[in-house]
Design a protein around this ligand. Sequence first.
Ligand code: GDP
Ligand code: MG
Length: 163
Amino acid sequence: ARPVVAIVGRPNVGKSTIFNRLIGERVAIVEDKPGITRDRIYGITDWNGKSFSVIDTGGIEIDGDDTILKSIRAQAELAIEEADVIVFMCDAKSGLTNSDEEVAQLLFRSGKPIVLAINKVDNMKRTDDIYEFYSLGFGDPIGISGSHGTGLGDLLDAVTERL
Ligand code: GDP
Ligand code: MG
């Protein structure tokens, strides 16, 4: 079966923007599981000769998740269950937040390979803003920009190395 890469992170870091850049029109139609809506968030792409599915976990709506924190947690748990590699996305513009650290703890315990992507690195001035994310303990943060499409090659290299 095709390996699965899940994009995980709190709302507004740019998961859907990056997902759309990676998948474009190649969105797969998948059947919803009971209680979970997941159309338009699941697609197939390839890089370095490897084909894999990508899930935008932020688009998964899980019944009964009434708070943002509960829903991020449920999305992260689903990603942990299904993914072979997890792209953990944070935001250089807002910097490291408590919610990022909450998600990081869940991901850390999963033992799954994690690639740390820091989005919104839109200009040279912001390249220094990725360093604080080393403290999450997932190794080198990869700076990307959904607005400009920069850094995506490095991100995909890191992902496919772990597939
Ligand atoms: P999600 O909630 O994680 O799926 O985030 P979205 O993809 O919906 O993006 C949240 C907001 O951040 C939107 O207003 C995007 O236009 C904006 N955004 C996404 N990527 C970038 C980026 O690289 N730079 C900047 N400055 N804004 C971005
Ligand atoms: Mg989204």
